[in-house]
Ligand binder design. Structure first.
Ligand SMILES: Nc1ncnc2c1ncn2[C@@H]1O[C@H](COP(=O)(O)OP(=O)(O)O)[C@@H](O)[C@H]1O
Ligand SMILES: [Mg+2]
Length: 294
């Protein structure tokens, strides 16, 4: 029997789908003979008393979740997400560099230095990578600092804005699609697959309106066995380029090939969404945490 801690923040359980996933996880842990407790920030000092830690909160090296991950690693717990994966995934330059080194296909990508954020360089990139061009701040998550430009002057103003809290800006070829493939990988194996649909008239899974409204698309859960093996192959290579833990790999299809848009640590697992075609996800996570698997 193992003692498992799940580190959460209040916002982790604002939606019933998130709460549902936590409850399922608790039930499965109990069925397998383990104990599972939820820890909030003030309970963090209890982490050394546990055998394993599962983080369900925004992971960023500046957040408490990262401190929790470090603490767990220091005390020899099994931990999802491990601190190294958090550090790699929260910086797109670092994340793409890992993928490139491992030969994982990604859209044509350039890392731009401050001296390159000029109209001339913008014109050159729009010519070479096509228009519109996608720009990303390295620290972006939830599509927050990802946008498209088609004019050299917009390129300059947006890229300079993204540079304010970073040393480099990511420029990428725009790859149109109706959905993002999401392959969740645990310990090197596909755990579940979804299609994250892109809402009509938008180009991102998640968009923010001027009035504060958030527009997001449907989540379509797809059985792993029904997916083109090549998506799974590219996704598992991408995950392996980061680590051996739990990752959400986002891919787009280009002809017969797939390109990786992003590897996320701390991927979303919501009840009645990501788990629909993969009811085993909770058991796999528990078995990984207690060291029976992976
Ligand atoms: N090169 C690209 N071409 C087309 N769409 C993209 C491209 N890069 C990102 N997107 C879309 O933008 C959204 C956010 O991109 P992503 O790189 O994952 O940033 P974040 O980490 O902020 O979520 C996703 O829906 C993704 O499909
Ligand atoms: Mg993303």
């Amino acid at each position: 029997m193992a003692d498992i801690a799940v580190f959460i923040e209040r916002y982790t359980v604002t939606r019933s789908e998130e709460m549902g996933a936590l409850m399922r996880l608790g039930q499965v842990a109990q069925r397998l003979g383990h104990r599972l407790d939820v820890l909030f920030r003030p309970d963090m000092y209890k982490i050394p008393d546990y055998d394993a830690l599962f983080i369900r909160a925004l992971t960023d090296p500046l957040n408490s979740a990262y401190v929790a991950a470090r603490m767990a690693e220091l005390h020899g717990l099994r931990v999802i997400d491990d601190p190294d994966s958090i550090v790699t995934c929260c910086d797109k330059v670092n994340m793409y560099s890992h993928l490139r080194r491992a030969g994982v296909p990604i859209p044509e990508t350039a890392f731009l230095r401050p001296s390159e954020l000029t109209p001339e360089r913008g014109r050159e990139l729009l010519r070479d990578m096509g228009s519109p061009l996608v720009l990303k701040a390295p620290y972006s998550s939830f599509s927050m600092y990802v946008d498209r430009v088609s004019e050299p002057l917009d390129f300059v103003s947006l890229s300079r804005r993204y540079l304010r809290r970073a040393d480099l800006v990511v420029a990428q070829r725009f790859v149109p699609s109706e959905f993002d493939w999401r392959v969740c990988v645990l310990a090197g194996e596909p755990l579940f697959v979804c299609r994250y649909m892109i809402p009509k008239k938008r180009w991102k899974v998640l968009s923010y309106m001027a009035n504060g409204r958030v527009v997001y698309g449907d989540v379509q859960s797809v059985p792993v066995a029904r997916v083109n093996p090549r998506v799974l192959e590219v996704a598992t290579c991408a995950a392996a380029a980061i680590g051996r833990g739990l990752y959400g790999v986002d891919l787009k299809q280009v002809g017969d090939e797939y390109v990786v848009i992003e590897v996320n640590d701390n991927p979303t697992i919501n009840a009645a969404e990501e788990d629909v075609s993969a009811p085993h996800v909770y058991e796999r996570v528990i078995r990984y945490l207690v060291g029976e698997w992976g």
